[in-house]
Design a protein around this ligand. Structure first.
Ligand SMILES: Nc1ncnc2c1ncn2[C@@H]1O[C@H](COP(=O)(O)OP(=O)(O)O)[C@@H](O)[C@H]1O
Ligand SMILES: [Mg+2]
Length: 362
């Protein structure tokens, strides 16, 4: 018998961040404290297949490794087989995007009664939706970019004023707009719109991914990110900066392509009091959205007045050893391997606490 914790490391999945997820899992596997934990990799292929532990180990070693489809349907529902893995003590999901980061997977973990790393169901679902997150940020007193939200039924009505670029630009007070699906990630479906010529195309593109699209006031300034870790008493890292080449933004290509023109700068080259404001805002947002475990919180520093404008919260941030989230904590003195241990400890702490709550009259 081993007294090591058995960790189910779940990765892959059917989102556009599939490859990042495999690299994150492979880095976690290498760095996790082997004196405390045994890892059971659980690979969900890009088609949605849940694979054997043997194949899961292979893809961690060789990221290009693939498996024959077998006779299972291409359906993420296979993940429900986790219910038949009593040996697993704690789950570490590193599955980004839809079904991974939006509360669905977290709901399954609650049903099968296992502790899991990262935010719980409510925070996952709420923070996957950019509009709900902005509404909550505002209630916590944190400034956000002005926005207009367009629902599918409004989009389907050709007379709706929100389909007019001039109307929306007037409403937001600028012609510099970002059009984005409310529930997405990796900059997928997002278009920067600066005149009437591509507004209709931008809406059509965003509505491919979601039934709700946000048109936001474009913020001109510096893009910064900060990392938060913990449950009831979270700690906030320093601030990192995304440096996009002039006249570009942090698009899908700039995030993932080999010829990206974007670099990360840690710590951000910003005044100390601005960094402090970014961190205070991040903590407010983490708490108002009821996050636990971890989140990365992204903001813009508006050039015109230095105001810190919240952009979005990622509850399952990129977690490769060179990703912003772990790098920010490394800078703060918490090494990558130690960060993994702390996240697992926070998962178990939350689980143990939830067990003390009553679900019916005493
Ligand atoms: N309102 C905005 N003003 C300026 N840039 C923006 C705005 N919204 C998005 N961007 C740019 O688009 C990128 C992706 O948008 P974001 O809302 O973070 O979506 P995702 O979840 O896909 O990362 C940001 O990192 C930033 O470069
Ligand atoms: Mg983003």
């Amino acid at each position: 018998m081993t007294n090591k914790k058995q960790v189910g490391l779940i990765f892959g999945g059917s989102s556009s961040e599939y490859e990042v997820s495999i690299i994150s899992a492979s880095n976690i596997y290498k760095a996790i404290d082997k004196d405390k934990f045994d890892v059971h990799p659980i690979w969900i292929t890009n088609e949605g297949y849940l694979t054997s532990e043997e194949d899961s180990f292979k893809v961690l070693e060789d990221h290009g490794y693939t498996v024959a489809k077998g006779d299972k349907p291409a359906n993420l529902a296979n993940i429900a087989e986790l219910a038949n893995r009593p040996e697993l003590d704690v789950l570490f999901p590193i599955v980004h995007g839809n079904l991974g980061e939006d509360g669905v997977l977290q709901g399954l973990f609650r049903l099968i009664d296992k502790p899991f790393v990262g935010v719980d169901v409510l925070a996952a679902a709420v923070t996957m939706d950019k509009e709900f997150t902005k509404i909550l940020a505002e209630t916590a007193g944190v400034p956000v970019a002005k926005w207009v939200s367009i629902k599918r039924y409004e989009y389907d009505d050709p007379d709706n004023e929100k389909l007019s670029y001039d109307w929306v630009a007037k409403k937001l007070g600028t012609t510099n707009l970002f059009v984005k699906p409310s529930n997405q990630g990796s900059s997928v479906g997002i278009t920067h719109v600066v005149d009437d010529s591509n507004y209709a195309d931008a809406l059509a593109e965003a509505f491919k991914y979601d039934d709700k699209v946000l048109v936001e006031e474009g913020i001109v300034g510096t893009e910064v990110e900060t990392a938060v870790l913990g449950n009831d008493h979270p700690i906030v890292s320093g601030v990192g900066q995304i440096i996009n080449a002039k006249n570009t933004w942090y698009s899908y290509e700039n995030k993932y392509s080999d010829d990206s023109t974007t670099t990360l700068q840690i710590p951000a080259k910003i005044p100390a009091e601005t960094a402090e404001k970014v961190r205070q805002n991040a903590l407010k947002i983490y708490q108002v959205t009821e996050c636990s475990g971890m989140a990365r919180i992204d903001s813009m520093l508006r050039e015109s007045d230095g105001e810190v404008i919240f952009n979005e919260l990622n509850s399952l941030p990129g977690f490769t050893s060179i990703s912003m989230y772990p790098k920010l904590f490394e800078e703060a003195g918490i090494a990558y391997g130690d960060l993994i241990t702390r996240l697992i400890d926070f998962a178990e702490e939350r689980y143990a606490h939830k067990k003390t709550l009553l679900h019916k009259h005493d």
